[in-house]
Design a protein around this ligand. Structure first.
Ligand SMILES: Nc1ncnc2c1ncn2[C@@H]1O[C@H](COP(=O)(O)OP(=O)(O)OP(=O)(O)O)[C@@H](O)[C@H]1O
Length: 221
């Protein structure tokens, strides 16, 4: 069963096209990495895939580029937001006032996986950039689902942590679509690399089939 399909699609804002004549499918088990220069349309494509899959009833875990965290609230409460839409307003209100022991235990285990142990009760505003990014990732992992959509989900962490976090995503989600700027990480994580340039697909192939020259052409001036 195909999870998402675009067939000659044009994506953009208002009258302006960002990506044109876009055709691709996403199948279960694929780890698709979106590559291309800043502003080429990676976020635009992720947003479209998100709308298409959630519209079809798929459960999608989204890790947006700007993290979309609530700075005044604790790490624990931000992570719990990953499952807000699983419950009614009263349940959520109670969780926010006094998180349940089971919720705290689940989130504490997740935070340990992300090297965030001991930070559950700290306001997000008092975290470093890399810590905030890992909280956004924790919220996505806590949500779970058929597919993870990540917009530069490890851009603010160091180069040792980045691959470990991508391994965690691969272990928890059968399918993922992730925008990355680190080509080495993309080759390591992806089962398929989608290179976007000048509003179109430059390549869409397994990492082993994408030559260094093609990769260089993706970013060349
Ligand atoms: N809400 C919006 N309204 C109008 N134009 C937008 C909007 N969001 C993005 N754009 C434009 O669409 C183009 C693609 O943006 P997008 O964020 O998808 O690129 P990106 O590849 O994700 O970039 P980056 O790597 O810098 O995150 C850019 O020219 C951007 O200015």
């Amino acid at each position: 069963m195909t999870l998402a399909r675009l067939s000659g699609a044009t994506l953009g804002y208002g009258a302006g096209a960002v990506l044109s004549d876009l055709s691709l499918t996403l199948d279960p088990g694929e780890r698709l990495v979106l590559l291309g220069r800043s502003g080429v349309g990676k976020t635009t494509l992720l947003a479209h895939l998100h709308d298409q899959m959630t519209g079809a009833g798929q459960r999608v875990a989204l890790v947006p580029q700007d993290h979309a965290l609530v700075p005044q609230l604790s790490v624990l409460r931000n992570v719990l937001m990953g499952r807000l839409d699983d419950h009614g307003a009263l349940y959520n209100l109670r969780s926010f006032i006094a998180p349940r022991a089971r919720q705290r235990a689940e989130v504490t285990a997740l935070l340990a996986d992300l090297a965030l142990e001991g930070l559950a009760d700290r306001p997000v505003a008092a975290l470093s950039g890399g810590q905030k990014q890992r909280v956004a990732l924790a919220r996505g992992l806590y949500r779970g689902g058929t597919v993870m959509l990540g917009d530069e989900p490890v851009s603010a962490v160091d180069e040792t942590q980045g691959p470990l976090l991508m391994d965690l995503i691969a272990a928890r989600f059968a399918t993922a679509v992730v925008a990355l700027h680190d080509v080495g990480l993309a080759r390591r994580f992806g089962t398929r690399l989608l290179g976007l340039r000048d509003g179109r697909i430059l390549f869409d192939a397994a990492p082993g089939a994408v030559e260094d020259a093609q990769m260089a052409a993706l970013y060349a001036d």
